[in-house]
Design a protein around this ligand. Structure first.
Ligand SMILES: Nc1ncnc2c1ncn2[C@@H]1O[C@H](COP(=O)(O)OP(=O)(O)OP(=O)(O)O)[C@@H](O)[C@H]1O
Ligand SMILES: [Mg+2]
Length: 480
């Protein structure tokens, strides 16, 4: 009598369902499945004879699968090792196999029944080693992207400042911190007044993070950077079809997003007059409509504004609305420039150096006492931002552990002995600034050494190969 055909896999499947497909159909599904797998499949029996040869493998090798069946694999397929795997019982994954002059990557896995090898399955994993290399390259690109985004995230995290991040022990900065701490307890509008680079944004973050709104959003609006015609829709949002290009969904504006949090109006003095009128209305009523919309939107946000030009002067000149000025100037906080708190400069320089060296992996370097003195004497028109840039350049361009005054001289504008190093870092990343400076320094040194790379490397205190590498990256040609 016939025992019914079955396999353990089919048995389990049949137990799980009330109306199982017949066993024949099950086998057909498995077989067809193997047939259509994108990458070719071959199955051999316990002696290495081909039992199954997929259509896709046939297409790949430009041969009829029919012609392969029943043959001893090494006789049918170039460089086949299926018969060896059957013998050894050891799988081979990621092996390369040369077929018709092309290296491909394959896997060969023994098939067992009751512990005994009864066959093996082989499959092409990559048709060409080239594909693997391409994939590896792709992976590399992805890894680099990942690294880039990790950096960005670190930067964003760094942007989550609190009062502890505001360095300075001078009475002037302590006063500002005290006032800001007090302001953080209320929801009153704050106006941060200070020169460029003094840390206004840092204060805005710190106030927000110390306030009861800390868990709410911190929304920054750079009034100088939004094009005039976009300000309305950026601030108030828009409804679908409000204007050409408005899209089907509409979009909430910054004020709407800031509900429960803080709006930081950066460079408020750059806000055009018509916009000042709209802003005033929002501040008075705490409600507004989206562009092209009729629904009134209520949003509960706290305003922190910043300016590096005295608003009183603009009011007097008719460039800033007086009523808006009064609305914003409820708690004015003055952030002193560095030259009004020179005692903070050494402290800041060291703290910034520690921060930058951690971010950039430049290794720890220290400033000699006379260097710190020299930095403290400088006027720093660009304030902490400028100090940060200079410290960053020093860390990357000075090759010694101890930074001395003569290392700093070329980096300070308006001092004797300075070379023509670029100091405008506006809008550039630290990396760009550093690359620019490195390029300049290397070019100058090469010129001084008559193009002799070995000599230039020695005088720069780095190894010759390191200098070649840098020149290559920075696009500096070898002239000798
Ligand atoms: N007291 C401080 N302690 C540590 N870092 C500071 C301090 N003040 C400013 N910084 C750093 O200096 C840089 C400039 O600060 P920030 O962007 O807050 O200045 P800003 O006043 O908003 O300048 P701008 O008016 O040009 O926008 C930032 O990298 C900030 O982290
Ligand atoms: Mg700023």
């Amino acid at each position: 009598m016939d025992t019914p055909c079955t396999t353990p896999g089919y048995e389990s499947y049949a137990r799980k369902t009330s109306r199982p497909i017949p066993f024949e159909d099950y086998v057909l599904l498995l077989e067809e499945g193997l047939q259509v797998l994108e990458h070719g499949v071959v199955i051999v029996d316990g002696e290495g004879r081909i039992v199954f040869f997929s259509r896709t493998y046939g297409e790949f090798l430009e041969t009829e699968p029919e012609k392969m069946l029943g043959r001893f694999s090494p006789e049918a397929i170039e460089n086949s090792r299926m018969h060896i795997v059957v013998k050894s019982g050891e799988k081979e994954v990621g092996h390369s196999q040369k077929i018709r002059g092309e290296e491909m990557v394959v896997q060969r896995i023994p098939i067992r029944k009751d512990g005994k090898v009864v066959g093996a399955i082989g499959q092409v994993m990559f048709r060409r080693v080239h594909d693997v290399l391409a994939l590896a390259e792709q992976l590399d690109v992805l890894k680099r992207k990942l690294k880039h985004y990790e950096r960005e995230i670190r930067e964003l995290r760094r942007a989550r400042y609190s009062f502890e991040n505001i360095i300075g022990e001078s009475p002037a900065i302590q006063k500002a911190k005290r006032e800001a701490r007090n302001a953080s307890k209320t929801s009153a509008p704050v106006l941060l007044v200070g020169e460029s680079g003094t840390g206004k944004e840092l204060f805005a973050h710190a106030i927000h993070n110390a306030s009861p709104r800390a868990r709410g959003p911190f929304v920054r609006i750079n009034c100088a950077a939004i094009p005039g015609e976009l300000i309305e829709s950026e601030l108030f949002g828009y409804e679908p079809g409000a204007f050409t290009g408005a899209g089907k969904k509409g979009k909430p504006g910054k004020f709407e997003i800031a509900d429960g949090g803080t709006v930081y109006l950066d460079e408020i003095a750059s806000m055009p007059l018509p916009m000042q009128a709209s802003l005033l209305r929002v501040l008075q009523e705490k409600e507004f409509e989206r562009v092209g919309g009729t629904k009134v939107i209520r949003s509960d946000f706290r305003i922190i504004a910043s300016t590096n030009v005295p608003l009183e002067k603009l009011v007097a000149e008719g460039k800033f609305r007086k009523d808006l000025y009064y609305r914003l100037n409820v708690v004015p906080i003055y952030i002193p420039p560095l030259r009004e708190r020179r005692e903070d400069i050494p402290l800041l320089a060291q703290a910034l150096a520690a921060e930058i060296s951690e971010e950039e992996g430049t290794g720890e370097k220290t400033f000699s006492p006379s260097t710190l003195e020299m930095l403290a004497r400088h006027d720093w028109p660009g304030n902490v931002r400028e100090l940060r840039n200079v410290v960053g350049r020093l860390l990357l361009s000075v090759q010694k552990d101890l930074i001395e005054p003569e290392d700093v001289v070329p980096h300070l504008p308006g001092k004797t002995g300075s070379s023509s190093l670029p100091l405008t870092a506006q809008g550039k990343t630290l990396r760009e600034v550093v690359a620019e400076v490195e390029k300049k320094v290397i070019e100058e040194r090469l010129k001084a050494e008559g193009g002799n790379v070995a000599k230039a490397a020695r005088s720069l205190g780095i190894h010759r190969t390191a200098l070649y590498r840098k020149m290559n990256i920075l696009g500096i040609p070898v002239t000798r």
